[in-house]
Design a protein around this ligand. Structure first.
Ligand code: PEP
Ligand code: MN
Length: 347
């Protein structure tokens, strides 16, 4: 943190600021110019509280934070990239991982058909919400425990790992019994009680970007999970809310290389929620591979026209299989560059 004093601040005023900073456990190094004094602050402590208290002092002109507010998830913290292991699959490593399945678990027939179809086409994880965050309280809220049991059945039949959404810290103990990856939805990205509970859950977490959240806020939420004991966090770009209405959300494709510059955590793309339209999903999926995402999460339904949620953005099984085939040459290029250690970013 750097504190710039007001012009011609007196010795007493400068000393008062230094004492304030030291009371938070920090060390100070001041640089004294002809007219202005700048105080450098180093050490470990409650940065936010210290900054706020110093900003409140009348003799202080400006306080600037230098280091990233997230520590464990920042690239400086780890030289290599985090690889998250899920049932023999590694996300963030040398494999491009596709997660696929319906928005919601709706019936045994639906989830079994979806699981078999996506496994055949090359997906490694099966998605499906059993607890659904719906905008309207009158919409389908998910099959809950029954849905989790159906996911377990689909896992047994296909060998696919399971990813499913957890909406509340109270459901964590139940959902860890069924899920290989705990999904935090966009609407819950800043549910801090949930994030803390997931820090202790012993399963990898897929953290979706909130629809009005900055990348920094996404990283701060990931920091919650890691700081509470769980290093296995996967980030997911799923589009953000803008003035554009042609697509359901606006896909912030640049977030993928930008996050790769800031964090060692894997970053995947959800082209389904990012567009809301099945016709746009394959093109965006290609862009995700090309830009260096670690994988994709795609909504796939055996009969999208009958889906209870998100049918318009869901591919049917044949469309998913075609998309996977069309992605193949792009994935080969992706693998080639990964082997050479090339990341999405120049840095
Ligand atoms: C979902 O994955 O079905 C979902 C609800 O996504 P999001 O949280 O990104 O809206
Ligand atoms: Mn959905």
């Amino acid at each position: 943190m750097i504190i710039s004093m007001k012009l011609h601040a007196s010795r007493e005023e400068i000393d008062a600021v230094c004492r304030q900073v030291q009371s938070f456990g920090y060390k100070v190094h001041s640089i004294e110019g002809e007219e202005r004094v700048v105080i450098g602050v180093v050490g470990l402590g409650d940065v936010t509280a210290c900054m706020e208290s110093v900003e409140a002092l009348p003799q202080v002109e400006k306080v600037v934070r230098i280091s990233a507010p997230y520590k464990f998830v920042s690239r400086e913290f780890r030289a290599g990239r985090t690889r998250v292991r899920v049932n023999g699959t590694e996300i963030g490593g040398e494999q491009f991982v596709v997660i696929a399945g319906p928005c919601s678990v709706e019936s045994e027939k639906q989830i079994m058909q979806a699981a078999e179809g996506v496994a055949k086409a090359g997906a490694k994880l099966l998605r499906g919400g059993a607890f659904k965050p719906r905008t309207s309280p009158y919409d389908f809220q998910g099959m809950e425990v029954e849905g989790l049991k159906l996911l377990e059945k689909a896992k047994k039949a296909t060998g696919l790992a399971i990813i499913t959404e957890v909406m509340s810290d109270r459901d964590v103990d139940l959902i860890v019994e069924y899920a290989d990856v705990m999904q935090v939805g966009a609407r819950n990205m800043q549910n801090f009680m949930l994030l803390k509970a997931l820090g202790r859950c012993g399963r990898p977490v897929l953290l979706k970007r909130g629809m009005s959240s900055t990348m920094k806020e996404l990283l701060m939420s990931a920091e919650y999970v890691v700081a509470h004991g769980n290093p296995d966090v996967i980030l997911c770009e799923r589009g953000i809310r803008t003035f554009e209405t042609q697509t359901r959300n606006t896909c912030d494709i640049a977030a993928i290389p930008a996050l790769n510059e800031l964090t060692h955590l894997p970053v995947i793309l959800d082209p389904s929620h990012a567009t809301g339209k099945r016709s746009l999903v394959p093109a965006l999926a290609r862009a995700g591979v090309a830009i260096g995402a670690d994988g994709l999460m795609v909504e796939v339904h055996p009969a999208p026209e009958k889906a209870i949620s998100d049918g318009a953005q869901s591919l049917d099984l044949a469309q998913f299989e075609r998309m996977m085939q069309e992605l193949e040459p792009y994935i080969q290029l992706w693998q080639h560059s990964r082997k050479q250690g090339v990341l999405a970013t120049a840095g």
